[in-house]
Design a protein around this ligand. Structure first.
Ligand SMILES: Nc1ncnc2c1ncn2[C@@H]1O[C@H](COP(=O)(O)OP(=O)(O)O)[C@@H](O)[C@H]1O
Ligand SMILES: [Mg+2]
Length: 261
């Protein structure tokens, strides 16, 4: 399998805090890889480094065969990497379709002249965009909600919409920061199926998550972070039975509960 993402010796400090310390990761094409760890472990900072929101103090990030150092955050979607945020960032007063169209902006780019004058070509491009966005929404099971305002959707559907909008950028790598946060067990189960259906579209997924049952269900490979460092890595069987992980992340006495999931 081709390595889609390779991270070597990645470090980032904020003042005196070493938020990310000498982290290495590998994500192969078609995999679902997870990063877990307690609050403050440095997981979101890793995402911020990968997606160009922060620049690294040290280390190397190679995506799809090319180093990504020095790229602006805006360029990332164009290069096949897209992320969601820990807190929803949807346009609440816009419809489902309009939110997904925003994701399409990375696919269809209008020239300044096309933006100024509503040329027939521009109108055709817009129609194509709307059709493609509507098709994606339908494929992802949200057809009935196409014209519903985002703030009128149940929370679980809003979380789903955020993923659909990310998909509209046609990424190779989708990075999800705590997608199950705030979901009930039923919604979390649906999310697992949803993530599998995204993978079935040929998209590789890197996910940060707290929900252990979700992690165990979906992950091909897991990295565990604690205090900015990599504590352990492996398949869920390996990670969930690691003494250090049990102690640091799950807490003493929690092993049974986790492996029972
Ligand atoms: N922009 C920032 N400025 C200062 N400190 C930060 C910033 N971002 C993260 N940190 C610190 O880095 C550490 C790791 O945070 P974070 O990556 O958000 O952890 P996690 O996502 O695993 O909960 C924390 O101590 C946090 O306070
Ligand atoms: Mg976080």
């Amino acid at each position: 399998m081709k390595e889609l993402l390779t991270v070597k010796n990645l470090s980032k400090s904020f003042g005196g805090i070493r938020a990310v310390s000498d982290i290495g990761l590998k994500v192969e094409e078609g995999q679902i890889v997870s990063i877990i760890g307690p609050n403050g472990a440095g997981k979101t900072t890793v995402f911020n480094l990968l997606s160009g929101f922060y620049s690294a103090d040290e280390g190397e990030i190679i995506f799809d065969g090319k180093p990504v150092a020095g790229r602006r955050a805006y360029d990332f979607a164009h290069n096949g990497m897209v992320r969601t945020f820990q807190n929803l960032r949807l346009f609440k007063s816009m419809s489902v379709l309009e939110n997904v169209l925003i994701g399409r902006q990375h696919v269809t780019r209008y020239t300044p002249l096309q933006m100024m004058f509503n040329t027939p070509k521009k109108r055709r491009m817009e129609q194509k965009d709307r059709a493609a966005a509507a098709e994606l929404v339908a494929e992802m099971g949200m057809k009935d909600m196409l014209n519903v305002r985002c703030d009128g959707l149940p929370y679980g559907q809003q979380k789903k919409l955020e993923l659909v909008r990310a998909l509209a950028t046609q990424p190779k790598l989708l990075m999800l920061d705590e997608p199950a946060a705030g979901l009930n067990p039923q919604e979390s189960q649906e999310l697992a199926d949803f993530i599998f259906s995204i993978r079935d579209r040929g998209i590789t997924i890197l996910v940060i998550e707290h929900d252990m049952s979700l992690i165990n269900k979906i992950s091909d490979y897991i990295y565990v972070m604690n205090h900015g460092e990599l504590l352990c890595e492996g398949t869920s069987d390996v990670v969930m039975n690691d003494e250090q992980v049990i102690e640091a992340y799950i807490g003493k006495g929690g092993a049974k509960r986790v492996s029972g999931n």
